[in-house]
Design a protein around this ligand. Structure first.
Ligand code: GAL
Length: 416
């Protein structure tokens, strides 16, 4: 009884202060794919934040990087008429669910808190549908990063590779050192993550034309053949056991010095931090060579589903908690991402985090910020999956570069 009164009293005070709060009985069921060490640590920041506001958490984790498996489970849940309260989701998937009329409405809280002014337009494109807020963005990740074991880099002379040739020279050096040059997990979304960076390294315009505009000429160009040739080259640097390996196990290979580097989005930093590694001392973060100044981004958002009326206050309180600047800093420091708001100070972020925030702002200002194909921010799932299929088959040697180019043009056309 005492506990109930205390919680009610706290809730009353918070409401009095103008903050959104919820009763102790209120609960959110959250579907997500944050099951790796760094991801789970970040999720814990959110769980604890909500708990402190009297909102309990029902966890619905679906393992599988990039969220492919989570999206399959979600479809089954919604079809059964049992949508979760909030679902971690990427880019075009959010808009697809909105089109189906499955999402709720966050306008009340978004207006009250002025989200329009602080959440970048690049994210709003996916947080709003038909002028209404449907999702709360948690972060901004980007895919054109690489994570290098510092000791191995030092052994190789310490110079960070600035272009493709220097990258190849570094990978050769790692081979000579007797370590696996590239830590990779052979899963379609991981192959696609590398492909994002490789295509971007062949030019901003090329990336935009190929993946954003889906221009058949760019998709079928000699440059695209070159992109596939580069994938073949990178494939020669992975170990024999790469097939099916989870991305965080690939990060662990770099952390443990068994591999030289990993091409991966900045969620990988969450793993390094969790393992108590320090940027600049134990590992080096840098943009994929040739993509400096450009960013292929993806943003994790919590899409809010239409739920029974008595569950709406907890849903709104969750959205409000996510957009709080203090939470944005605390969460993203652990997750490896940049905040989803432009007004969060970078004070608490490490050097990689500061660089992520700066790169993002600059790319946004310079028009070199692009949605990630690999992580659902360039195209709807149908097109994304068609690209995944060709990229993975080529990476595994089932298609030559020439065949892959032809198949890519056809697959993208058929998927639209
Ligand atoms: C991305 C997501 C990240 C991270 C990663 C690996 O799509 O945006 O937050 O979870 O997948 O699971």
């Amino acid at each position: 009884m005492r506990k109930f009164l205390t919680t009610t009293a706290i809730a009353a005070v918070m409401l009095g202060m103008g903050g959104l709060s919820a009763n102790a009985e209120e609960n959110v069921e959250v579907l997500h794919w944050w099951t790796a060490g760094g991801e789970a640590a970040a999720l814990d920041v959110l769980k604890k934040d909500l708990e402190s506001k009297g909102i309990s958490w029902t966890d619905m984790p679906v393992a599988g990087g990039g969220g492919t498996e989570a999206m399959t489970v979600l479809r089954a849940r919604v079809t059964a008429g049992n949508a979760p309260t909030a679902v971690q989701m990427l880019g075009f998937d959010i808009l697809d669910w909105a089109k189906e009329g499955a999402l709720g409405n966050l306008d009340e809280i978004a207006e009250k808190e002025g989200w329009d002014k602080v959440i970048p337009t690049a994210l709003q494109q996916f947080s709003k549908y038909d002028g209404h807020w449907i999702a709360a963005p948690v972060n901004v990740h980007s895919t054109n990063w690489m994570w290098i074991n510092k000791a191995a880099l030092d052994k190789a002379g310490g110079k960070e590779p600035q272009n493709w040739d220097e990258l190849v020279a570094l990978l050769d050096n790692f081979k000579e050192q007797g370590i696996t040059p590239v830590a990779h997990g052979g899963q379609a979304w991981q192959d696609a993550t590398i492909f994002d960076a490789v295509v971007l390294s062949l030019g901003n315009d090329f990336y935009k034309k190929a993946f954003i505009d889906l221009d058949p000429e760019a998709l079928g160009s000699d440059q695209m053949k070159e992109a596939f040739d580069r994938m073949t080259k990178l494939r020669s640097y992975v170990d024999d056991n790469f097939s099916g390996r989870d991305w965080n196990l690939a990060s662990a290979m770099v952390i443990e010095g068994k591999a030289g580097l990993q091409f991966m989005g900045d969620w990988a930093k969450g793993e390094f931090i969790k393992a108590e590694q320090k940027p600049g001392e134990d590992f080096v973060c840098m943009r994929f060579p040739g993509t400096q100044g450009s960013v292929t981004f993806n943003s994790d958002q919590f899409a809010m589903f239409k739920v029974a009326e008595d569950k709406v206050p907890a849903q709104l309180a969750m959205a409000s908690a996510i957009e709080s600047p203090v939470f944005q800093s605390a969460f993203n420091v652990v997750k490896g991402s940049a905040p989803a708001r432009t007004d969060v100070p970078d004070t608490d972020f490490d050097d990689c985090g500061k660089k992520a925030i700066k790169d993002l702002a600059e790319a946004n200002a310079n028009g070199t910020l692009y949605g990630s194909m690999g992580h659902g921010h360039a195209n709807p799932a149908s097109v994304k999956n068609a690209i995944y299929d060709v990229v993975t088959r080529q990476f595994n040697g089932d298609l030559s570069s020439e065949e892959a180019v032809t198949e890519l043009v056809a697959a993208v056309e058929a998927a639209q």
